[in-house]
Design a protein around this ligand. Sequence first.
Ligand SMILES: Nc1nc2c(ncn2[C@@H]2O[C@H](COP(=O)(O)OP(=O)(O)O)[C@@H](O)[C@H]2O)c(=O)[nH]1
Ligand SMILES: [Mg+2]
Length: 325
Amino acid sequence: MSLAEKVLQNDIRAAARLMRLLDDEVEEGREELKKLYQYTGKSYIIGITGPPGAGKSTLVDQLIAAFRKEGKKIGVIAVDPSSPFTGGAILGDRIRMQRHSSDPEVFIRSLASRGHLGGLTASTEEICLVMDAMGKDIIILETVGVGQDEVEVVDLAHTSILVTVPGLGDDVQAIKAGVMEIGNIFVVNKADREGADRAFREIVAMLDMISWDGRFRPPVIKVQAHIGLGIDELVEKIYNHKKFLEDHGLFHKFFSKRAKSMFEKVLMSELGKRLKKRILADIRWADWERYLETRMIDPYTLAFNVLDEMITINYKGGTNEFSRL
Ligand SMILES: Nc1nc2c(ncn2[C@@H]2O[C@H](COP(=O)(O)OP(=O)(O)O)[C@@H](O)[C@H]2O)c(=O)[nH]1
Ligand SMILES: [Mg+2]
């Protein structure tokens, strides 16, 4: 049985193995994902983002419990900036969600974000697809981020929840700076702390300044994730947003948009790679170098000429044959 077939049968070990292959960008992983693709596009994806320590993992743990009570199958992807010293954040996520680790219907995957700090790793979307194929009703994406990074999460999630806590000052400022429009639900966590009402009022005031006509106006709620207070309300708000998407035909539009964006991403990355390979292997490099050395031709003209020529060439995928169109 192929890895893909096992994943479709909710084989947890096969899924974990496939996710590792995808994370390491091993070709075999992509081959299996191709087989799975037709079975995806069903999960509801919830993004949870906010600064480190805001209580996101605690919140995710509570949401898992609430959704499990409804019998929903859950996937969680927790992306944390990798700590070069301890990997502590990931450990934190594991501990926070520990009580669900023996539940076969809860699949938790922690990823250390490489490259861009706090953002999503390149394989997050692929891992989402694996969980989707496993039959997860809901996939929760936990990511660290204030400002720029949220934009990425928003693209990957049906419902984006922005978490903040009282007394951050600057972080509330960061929310004001331009992410107001991308959150679907605003959560003020640690409402047991001083300043929660103020943070709440500030966010509401910011939302008041935006005209929402025809669009979903994000609700703001106060939560105490560590004791589970406000979780029912959060779940209700999530379902409200889901219903809005469904009523406006946006749920399925989301997946077609994702498919198109993935297609473009793969296309562009492959285009670059293949063209580069072809150019670097060109037998005329010695000639080109001579032209440049003798200043027979300037670098600009040469580069554009080479490219123009390459682009009119049709690459037959999988072979090394090129032929003129
Ligand atoms: N006082 C208080 N502490 C909380 C609350 N929610 C979470 N915490 C604590 O905040 C700390 C960080 O939580 P964690 O979920 O790991 O945050 P994350 O980094 O955003 O995932 C933990 O010690 C939690 O117990 C809350 O509502 N009130
Ligand atoms: Mg966390």
